[in-house]
Design a protein around this ligand. Structure first.
Ligand SMILES: [Zn+2]
Length: 283
C-alpha cells in the first residue's frame, strides 16, 4: 500500500513498531506504526479504514466514577492548560473537549468558554450539561468565531487526527492576532514509550494515528503561520500507571490502573516525559 506522510506527504518510511494490539478496549486486530523518512513523524500505516467507528465504545466521553473525577481534577490541572493566567474576559476554545470536565473546571474564572466535539449529539448533550456552547460543525464555528479566541486548547486531540496540519490551519482562522494554541500530546520518544513498547498506554492503537514530536510541530507551525513559543515535558501519571497495568495483566484493567497510580505519580514526577505540551502563537 502506498505511503503518504500525514504531515509532509513524503512517500518513504522506516519501520517503527508493528503488531500493536488494542490493550485499552481489547478490540481485535493489529496496528503498525512507521516513521516518515522525510520529517520523522511516527504514524500508523495503513490508517484504519473507518475512523469514526474507532470511537463507538470510547469511554473517554462516558461519565466517570467519583474517584476518577477526583484524581483527574487534582492531578490533571497541572497537565492541562492553566487558564488562570489568562486576562479577565478572555475567550477559550477547548477543541475536542471530551466529556467537558476541563471547561467545567474553569467555571470560577471570568472567561468566555466554548467547546468543540465532532459528534453532533454528544456536543448538544454536553452543551446542555455544561451551560456553555459546544459546537460540532467547524464551519459554523468559523462563521461565529472568526478571529475571536485568545487561546485554543487541544488536550490529547492531535494524535487522533488524520490531518493535523489542516486542524492547525482551521484553528488559526479562529484566533485573535497573536492568539495562542496549547497542544498536549503523548511523547513517543519518552522513557515510558521505549520501556513499554507495544504496551505503552500512550500508543493507544488503533485510535492514535500519529505522534508529532518537537521537530514535526515546529515544521507544521512554520507552514501554518505560527511560531513555537515553548515546549515542556509534562508529568502525566496516567500513561505510566496504565502501561504497568497492561504489562502485569495483559490488558487494561481499571483496578490495576488505580493500584499502580501512586507509582505512576512518583515515576512521572521524577522523570517527566510521557507527554509534551507545546505553546504556539499565531504569527
Ligand atoms: Zn513526513
Amino acid at each position: 500500500m502506498n505511503f503518504s506522510c500525514l504531515v509532509c506527504g513524503g512517500p518513504v518510511y522506516e519501520p517503527w513498531l508493528d503488531k500493536c494490539r488494542d490493550y485499552f478496549l481489547g478490540n481485535s486486530g493489529f496496528a503498525t506504526y512507521v516513521r516518515c523518512s522525510e520529517c520523522g513523524l511516527v504514524q500508523q500505516h495503513p490508517l484504519p479504514p473507518d475512523l469514526a467507528a474507532l470511537y463507538e465504545q470510547y469511554p473517554i466521553h462516558a461519565k466517570k466514577s467519583r474517584l476518577h473525577e477526583w484524581l483527574r481534577r487534582r492531578i490533571l490541572r497541572n497537565v492541562y492548560y492553566d487558564a488562570s493566567q489568562l486576562p479577565p474576559r478572555a475567550s477559550i476554545l477547548d477543541f475536542g473537549c471530551g466529556d467537558g470536565w476541563y471547561l467545567d473546571s474553569l467555571h470560577n474564572l471570568d472567561l468566555r468558554r466554548v467547546g468543540y466535539e465532532f459528534d453532533l449529539d454528544h456536543a448538544r448533550q454536553l452543551s446542555q450539561n455544561l451551560g456553555v456552547p459546544v459546537w460540532s460543525e467547524l464551519n459554523a464555528l468559523k462563521t461565529i468565531g472568526e478571529a475571536s479566541f485568545d487561546i485554543v486548547t487541544l488536550h490529547y486531540v492531535m494524535e487522533h487526527l488524520a490531518d493535523p496540519s489542516a486542524c492547525l490551519r482551521n484553528i488559526r482562522s479562529l484566533l485573535v492576532p497573536n492568539g495562542l494554541v496549547y497542544l498536549l500530546l503523548p511523547n513517543i520518544h519518552s522513557w515510558e514509550a521505549r520501556l513499554f513498547g507495544r504496551r505503552w498506554h500512550g500508543l493507544d492503537p488503533p485510535r492514535h494515528l500519529s505522534f508529532p514530536d518537537r521537530e514535526v510541530i515546529e515544521r507544521m507551525a512554520r507552514a501554518e503561520g505560527y511560531e513555537l513559543v515553548s515546549t515542556k515535558n509534562i508529568a502525566f501519571p496516567n500513561t505510566a500507571a496504565a502501561s504497568m497495568a497492561v504489562a502485569f495483566f495483559g490488558r487494561f484493567k481499571h483496578f490495576a490502573f488505580l493500584a499502580f497510580y501512586p507509582l505512576g505519580m512518583l515515576l512521572s514526577k521524577l522523570f517527566p516525559s510521557g507527554s509534551t505540551a507545546y505553546l504556539l502563537r499565531k504569527s
